[in-house]
Design a protein around this ligand. Structure first.
Ligand SMILES: [Zn+2]
Length: 174
């Protein structure tokens, strides 16, 4: 019914990755840490108390050519929708300023308040609002679903996110 990414037959150039899984995107950060052509942003629970513990802190901003292109936005325990959405908005502002050719979203649903592997407390409506914020980005977007499989509400949360996302995608450009 809808296709988000056209067939790519040429190099994309600069790409942004937004990771909203409740756990810091330590693998992705490590792959792109020294590169300036990929801007990585992760919104996650405080790594002092949540996996992966050794990474995900604000001072990790990238290295060498990648300096300044890694952005970690950790949140305190039990953060709810307002704090989580504010961090996503901050991440999207950074991504918009970077002006990538495409955006990839590591779309974890484990920030959900009922998820036993999370220390955040995001609601179903929070996912809808996140979808709206991310869907307002005006380039190609790839959504890759990640964590959040441990709760019955996963389908509802995914539907809420996609509803907000598609509503923003279909809205006239601001
Ligand atoms: Zn996770």
């Amino acid at each position: 019914m809808w296709r988000l990414l056209p067939t790519i037959s040429r190099p994309l150039g600069r790409v942004a990755i937004l990771d909203i899984d409740t756990h810091h995107g330590n693998g992705t950060q490590s792959i792109f840490y020294k590169r300036s052509d990929v801007h990585f942003v992760s919104v996650h629970g405080d790594p002092n108390v949540l996996f992966p513990f050794y990474a995900g802190y604000t001072h990790e901003r990238g290295e060498g050519e990648g300096a300044g292109y890694n952005l970690n936005l950790p949140l305190p325990l039990k953060s709810e929708d307002p704090a989580w959405l504010a961090a996503i908005s901050e991440g999207m502002t950074s991504i918009t300023n970077y002006a990538p050719s495409a955006l990839l979203v590591s779309l974890g649903f484990d920030p959900f308040k009922g998820d036993p592997s999370s220390d955040l407390a995001v609601s179903t409506e929070g996912f809808r609002a996140a979808g709206e914020r991310i869907g307002a980005y005006r380039g190609p977007v790839v959504l890759v679903q990640e964590g959040g499989y441990l709760v019955d509400k996963l389908g509802e949360n995914l539907n809420a996110f996609l509803d907000g996302f598609m509503r923003a995608r279909n809205a006239p450009a601001r």
